[in-house]
Design a protein around this ligand. Structure first.
Ligand SMILES: [Zn+2]
Length: 52
């Protein structure tokens, strides 16, 4: 089994998720880390085979 660095989160296990919210009629933009759905926060992906 080969473990490779997750391409989606670069091994962080989290991906930046832009959030838009309005507080007191003022728009706010924030970036929040979100658990990577590709690797499950592990930062690595497994089961990658050259050919199936
Ligand atoms: Zn990932």
């Amino acid at each position: 089994m080969i473990n490779t660095v997750c391409q989606a989160c670069s091994g962080d296990g989290y991906t930046p998720q832009p959030l838009f919210s309005v507080v007191d009629n003022e728009p706010h933009t924030a970036v929040r880390p979100r658990p990577c759905r590709w690797c499950g926060k592990t930062g690595t992906r497994r089961g990658i085979r050259p050919r199936d």
